[in-house]
Design a protein around this ligand. Structure first.
Ligand SMILES: O=P(O)(O)OC[C@H]1O[C@H](OP(=O)(O)OP(=O)(O)O)[C@H](O)[C@@H]1O
Ligand SMILES: O=c1cc[nH]c(=O)[nH]1
Ligand SMILES: [Mg+2]
Length: 210
């Protein structure tokens, strides 16, 4: 598993405002989208491309086009939906599929409650969007689901990750082509499975349901 933790002052600045408990939902939503666009730049570093030739007004030149099958972007509902706009801004031709997941706040076990994905993901590059990687249970279940459908390569973009969750994803995905791109790697999980310092419940903060 490859892990990339962003190291850029603009990303840290935006994350700092996102973490601030006083930041209201509309600002939180804008920042989440902006952060994804910045992280997507790194996450798509290995997106598959095909050489093409184009004619400029001056000369013929070589360039690249994103290959078929197109990348599949999979936001994990609910909170991952807040990242979709920022991702498709950077990769507007991507296909989008959805996975609805919720973690039981007592047992911390994830459950899938909705799914709208292509049946066959053979040979697809998938980009999973979820702001929080806490115990890693939700991301492991999402990755398992995509590989079971034939995906060959999964990159997850998360705004904040906990070391415990990263280690769990690494153990569970050994031998698979998995990359995680994080805005920040935080200190730890607390006794109820929240990331410390984190930003609280991302879904509640995005959608004002606190
Ligand atoms: O790494 P884990 O311990 O599995 O926790 C992370 C999950 O928890 C949050 O979703 P939540 O279950 O709160 O659903 P929501 O997006 O609807 O709020 C978050 O968006 C992740 O999907
Ligand atoms: O800190 C956390 C952990 C799980 N889910 C969240 O939204 N935040
Ligand atoms: Mg939530």
């Amino acid at each position: 598993m490859r892990v990339h933790v962003a190291d850029h002052p603009l990303i840290t600045h935006k994350l700092t405002v996102l973490r601030d408990a006083r930041t209201p939902s509309p600002t939180f939503r804008n920042l989440a989208e902006e952060l994804v666009t910045l992280l997507a730049y790194e996450a798509t570093r290995n997106v598959r491309t095909t050489p093409i030739t184009v004619q400029t007004p001056v000369a013929e030149t070589q360039g690249l086009a994103i290959s078929d099958p197109r990348p599949l972007v999979v936001p994990i509902l609910r909170a991952g939906l807040g990242m979709l706009g920022g991702m498709v801004k950077l990769v507007p031709t991507a296909e989008v599929g959805f996975l609805g997941m919720v973690r039981d706040e007592q047992t911390l076990q994830p459950a899938i409650y909705a799914e709208r994905l292509p049946d066959d993901l053979s040979d697809r590059q998938c980009f999973v969007l979820d702001p929080m990687l806490a115990t890693g249970g939700s991301l492991i279940a999402a990755i398992d689901y995509l590989f079971a459908r034939g995906a060959v390569d999964v990159t997850a973009i998360c705004l904040i990750g906990a070391p415990e969750g990263l280690a769990a994803v690494e153990r569970a995905t050994e031998g698979r082509n998995v990359t995680i791109v994080l805005g920040a790697k935080d200190e730890r999980l607390n006794e109820v499975g929240y990331i410390v310092p984190g930003l609280g419940d991302a879904g509640d903060r995005l959608y004002g349901t606190v």
